[in-house]
Design a protein around this ligand. Structure first.
Ligand code: PGA
Length: 260
């Protein structure tokens, strides 16, 4: 068994409604209770309006819930934003930060991602900070430059904090942009090389407990490829998009993490 407890987190993205969520919550509760997988930490991240529904359906289970984003600001005049304090109020254990869809579609910069990480740290919310290179960057041979820059911004917020998050609440998600929602997955070796690079960079930037930080992989993880990815020494679980919307598929991925 790995020293780090694997995390499998479902990123529902902008999907779902009250009725279909209820079906999914019910199925997840039932199947994960039956499967009993204490070796794995499981979380789901529905859209903001459904976090209260997640609390109601998952509150008495071992399944955590989280948000897909958090404001870089504290409470105040920020129309449309949702603060870290509000996420704490709702019982969120996690927040995804810096997903490539936000970097690309909302133009989020490394500095904004860093500010969001700082907000999570200040409020004690577990952070799932995403990073990854585009296909053009990989083909241009700049993957490590890009990942290094992204890790540095995240690490600065983690290391400089007055009250740092414990290592088990810090997760980095390596999500190569070319693998997200495309059906194209990084090979286990490619993922491992990136994860190893990220971990070493965290150490180099002063995160002394980087060996205890989980680095999860995201990008077209499916029931069929999860086991070989999770078998890699620095792949500590997954951030799952499409497959997290199908209870049976998500369960299979959790099982794969349990045996890794
Ligand atoms: P995917 O998404 O599993 O649908 O590729 C992963 C993610 O974007 O977090």
């Amino acid at each position: 068994m790995k020293a780090r407890k694997p995390l499998v987190a479902g990123n529902w993205k902008m999907n779902g409604d009250i009725v279909s969520n209820e079906h999914l919550f019910t199925a997840l509760r039932a199947s994960l209770e039956r499967a009993s997988l204490p070796q794995v930490e499981v979380a789901v991240c529905p859209p903001y309006p459904y976090l209260g529904q997640a609390a109601a359906w998952l509150g008495d289970t071992g399944i955590a819930w989280g948000a897909q984003d958090v404001s870089a600001f504290g409470n105040g005049a920020y129309t449309g934003d949702v603060s870290a304090a509000m996420l704490v109020d709702l019982g969120c254990r996690w927040s995804i930060v810096g997903h490539s869809e936000r970097r690309q579609l909302a133009g989020e910069t490394d500095d904004q991602v860093a500010a969001k990480v700082s907000m999570c740290v200040a409020h004690g919310i577990g952070v799932i900070a995403c990073l990854g290179e585009t296909l053009e960057e990989r083909e241009a041979g700049t993957t490590e430059t890009v990942l290094g820059r992204q890790v540095d911004a995240i690490a600065a917020s983690l290391v400089g904090a007055a009250q740092p998050l414990p290592a088990e609440r810090i997760v980095l998600a390596y999500e190569p942009v070319w693998a997200i929602g495309t059906g194209r997955t990084a090979s286990p070796e490619t993922a491992q090389a990136a994860h190893r690079f990220v971990r070493e960079r965290l150490v180099a930037r002063g995160l002394h407990d980087a060996a205890a930080v989980r680095i999860v992989y995201g990008g077209s993880v499916k029931a069929g490829n999860a086991a070989s990815l999770f078998a890699m020494p620095d792949v500590d679980g997954g951030l799952i998009g499409g497959a997290s919307l199908v209870a049976d598929d998500f369960l299979e991925i959790c099982r794969a993490a349990a045996v890794a």
